[in-house]
Ligand binder design. Sequence first.
Ligand SMILES: [Zn+2]
Length: 453
Amino acid sequence: MLRLHDTALGRIEDFETRTPGRAGLYICGSTVYGPPHIGHGRFSLVYDVLRRFLEYSGVVVDHVSNVTDIDDKIITKANEEKRPAQDVAAQYEEEWWAAMSTLGCLLPNEIPHATAFIDEMVSLVSDLITRTSAYETSDGVYFAVSSVADYGLLAHQSLESMRSGARVEVNEEKRSPLDFALWKKAKPQEPSWPSPWGPGRPGWHTECVVMSLALLGEGFDLHGGGQDLIFPHHENERAQAVAEGKRFSRRWIHHGMVEARGGEKMSKSLGNVMLLSDLFEQIPDPRAYRLLVLQSHYRAPIEVTPTTLGDAAAALSRLDALSTRLAEAAPLEAMPADAEVQSAFVERMQDDLDTPRATAVLFDAIRRANLAFDAREASRAGELTRAVLECFAAVGLEAKDAAEIPDSVLELGRRRDLARSERDFAAADALRAEIVALGYVVEDTAGGTRIRR
Ligand SMILES: [Zn+2]
């Protein structure tokens, strides 16, 4: 059974789900006001790996991840660019999913948008006021954190110690500096929705508690996000569910941040934020970033530098080279995967997703498979290689058989055949030269041009 570190408990526990064989995951997604960076990439990869591993283990996963499509940052950006907030949100959401697709991440099963759940959020806020857990002020509706006895459970701090550490508030109407906005009354020109407190928009913490419970139901299995979301976002989501008397997430999972060179925090003010578009320019193969993420423990920070990316790309080429070797060997389709490698991999993954040790098992198997190929032990080599390919695929890393000829090169071959059929030998020769320059061998056969490595 998979064991995961639970932030609320502060220890690793069995991941027992509400319904055996089925897991409902709510992962706090993106606020779409700018292009995604490598921290977002790590976020998507971590939960993609968790989901794929659960599915590999035979669990049916309901993966829900939201899009915050209305927020102060989106409104600021829209005002700067003098265009509607929904245009800004739509543009960056499209960029987000395009980048995640390049990283090979599966789309969540459901992608709730905050603006589609406003009525439900208004009902929740009304109910919290009735229960005296919330109160209205001149600029919105706030949640009274003192109404929840175990507020601070996720942060592992008491309300008292958090209150003394909180910054002094300018808003004198708030009863406590820790009280947070459930509803924000609209200022002129801001997008808004009607409510009993006048036009406005929901607070961020209210979105996720409403959407997770609406889509996954009470006592769903896992709520996740970055460590920066533990407090206040997740603490505040949970507080609302507790005030409503509802069973919220059974488990809490949080992943570590991405750091720049020298362990420096990545931030806009330091000017060291690497966008995913920059990353894709730096590394020829986006799978290298997945491998870098796999080679780090999800709870630890990762350093993304040209060196760590280069190391991951080199390791990836060892995997691809082995895959090519298998393809070039005698037909081994019926070859079973090595069971020992598989079970060692699964055991490490089940131990709080220990992907660094799980991938180490696979790289050791790659080394042994190559030795077996060298010694012409074809079946041994085949079994080990099959296990390596299957286990990497289980966490979303598909090996590329370098012997496969890319479509763009095959297209040159087709154009060459066409030129020859039209007796345009100059064009056919030029195309041959182009294919050879790309590192391939061109042969003329009865069926036309044949290209191989
Ligand atoms: Zn959230």
